[in-house]
Design a protein around this ligand. Structure first.
Ligand code: GDP
Ligand code: MG
Length: 453
């Protein structure tokens, strides 16, 4: 395999930047572009040691650097690794990288270091995927989930299930191949019990899947309400400093396709903020008519009402559109005298929050309601949980096979048929851990990575 190099730190100025070189020739490449100040020779350096010296490209002095050496197999990739830590300037860092490329290394692809770690058996596929989840985690619970995955919790559970299935397959094969021999008979009741225990273990891996997905990907949210109830004020109050805008540059105008705000550790993705930004009442009027469309495509609806005045026709119109369990009614402006009769709302909507967007009070209650709606406070973020669609699909497919096998046993089908179903389940688990997976899938997994990881 080639020796690869990349800048592993962000593409920005910083205190330090790291150029990572991995592969059979990593130390030779380092030797050519780095001269230690002491008598030390790069080739003699042991793993987990450093040297201070100068990076250079031929005669040209580039920067003072620290070289850290990792020897195979005790490194991130499992190969020899040389890491040059230089001053974190964009230009100098690229020059050091270029020197490495001119002296035998090739550019690393996105995620290639981690891909090699996987290919060299340092990580299974779920752990490799978790590396990227750790990098992109935005909050504590999200990070916790990614950490537990990285540490191998999901892998161990999947492996245990896969081993059990293999044993069952072995028993079935022995019994089918040598019926005359003195092999204990495979009893359907026993087999069924074994399969049920695998099923329960596997199910636990997807129990918290939706909660995790919400923390990672955010919730498609609509903030609706008639003009003047305080939608824009609520939006501003939630956006605080953590507002992000996704724009699409179409022609010469920039169309906002999605904005997001954070409430606690939950990201609310607001795909239609027209009614929130416009101050012109005529345009806001359209907002109410659009409500239906927005409600249908959102996972969470925040319906805002003005607590300081009675319900209007427009409010009633909205109330009739929203009686789904994923709606929170926000009775806003509770910092001033209240004239809203809440009985109708209480009848129609399960989750009601009283707050003042202007004074920024009561927002925590809104957070709690959102947690309740998505069962986030019930989820256990310490247990191993599938972290993405790929993993979830493999587990679903394995569960499908196991369920079918259990039903087949119950209706007394031939063990041959059961064997095929259990084997299918086993194949799905091998795909999950990456023990048996196509290159296309592996490439797809690592294409999500950044260069240098
Ligand atoms: P929108 O039309 O729904 O976007 O409503 P705005 O956010 O533009 O607010 C309409 C008016 O209500 C503005 O004058 C706000 O200052 C006021 N307002 C919004 N939230 C509150 C609140 O919590 N308390 C009080 N007293 N006024 C508020
Ligand atoms: Mg507005």
């Amino acid at each position: 395999m080639s020796t690869i190099a990349a800048i592993s730190t962000p593409n920005a100025m910083g205190g330090i930047a790291v150029i990572r070189i991995s592969g059979e020739d990593a130390l030779e490449v380092a030797e050519k572009i780095f001269s230690p100040f002491g008598k030390k020779k790069v080739a003699d350096m042991e793993g987990y040691t450093c040297a201070y010296g100068i990076a250079h490209d031929g005669e040209e002095h580039l920067d003072d650097c620290i070289l850290t050496v990792f020897r195979a197999p005790h490194s991130y990739t499992g190969e020899d690794i040389a890491e040059l830590s230089c001053h974190g300037g964009l230009y100098v860092t690229r020059k050091v990288l270029r020197a490495a490329l001119a002296n035998g290394a090739v550019n690393a692809e996105a995620g290639e270091f981690t891909k090699r770690a996987y290919l060299n058996g340092k990580l299974d596929l779920t752990q490799a995927e978790a590396v990227m989840d750790i990098i992109s985690a935005k909050g504590e619970r999200e990070l916790k989930m990614a950490e537990s995955l990285r540490e191998g919790a999901a892998f161990r559970k999947a492996k245990k299930c896969s081993d059990k299935l293999l044993k069952i397959l072995g028993d079935l094969a022995a019994w089918a191949d040598y019926p005359e021999e003195d092999i204990p008979e495979v009893r359907p009741e026993v087999l069924s019990e074994e399969l049920k225990s695998v099923r329960d273990d596997l199910s636990s891996l997807i129990k918290n899947y939706d909660s995790g997905r919400i923390l990672r990907e955010g919730v498609a949210t609509a903030i609706i309400g008639r003009p003047n109830v305080g939608k824009s004020t609520l939006f501003n109050c939630l956006s605080g400093c953590e507002r992000s805008i996704v724009t699409e540059i179409a022609g010469t105008t920039r169309d906002i396709i999605e904005e997001s705000v954070r409430i606690g550790d939950i990201t609310l993705r607001l795909s239609d903020t027209a009614g929130i930004h416009e101050t012109d009442d005529v345009i806001e009027g359209i907002g109410v008519e659009m409500a239906e469309k927005m409600i249908s495509k959102s996972e969470l609806v925040i319906a805002v009402f003005d607590g300081s005045c009675p319900l209007t026709e427009d409010d009633l119109y909205l109330i009739n559109k929203i009686n789904k369990s994923n709606t929170v009614a926000v009775i806003n402006k509770n910092d001033i005298e209240q004239f809203l009769d809440t009985s109708l709302l209480e009848q129609k909507i399960q989750h009601i929050v009283y707050l003042s967007a202007k004074e920024n009070t009561g927002v925590n209650d809104l957070y709690d309601k959102i947690q309740t709606i998505f069962k986030l406070n019930e989820a256990d973020f310490d247990t191993a949980t599938a972290a993405n669609e790929r993993q979830k699909k493999c587990i679903d497919k394995a569960l499908e096979g196991i369920e079918s096998a259990i039903s087949s046993l119950e209706i007394g089908e031939m063990l041959d048929a059961v064997n095929i179903l259990v084997d299918e389940a086993e194949q799905s688990l091998l795909m999950l851990t990456g023990e048996k997976v196509t290159d296309v899938v592996v490439d797809e997994v690592f294409s999500r990575f950044c260069v240098g990881k």
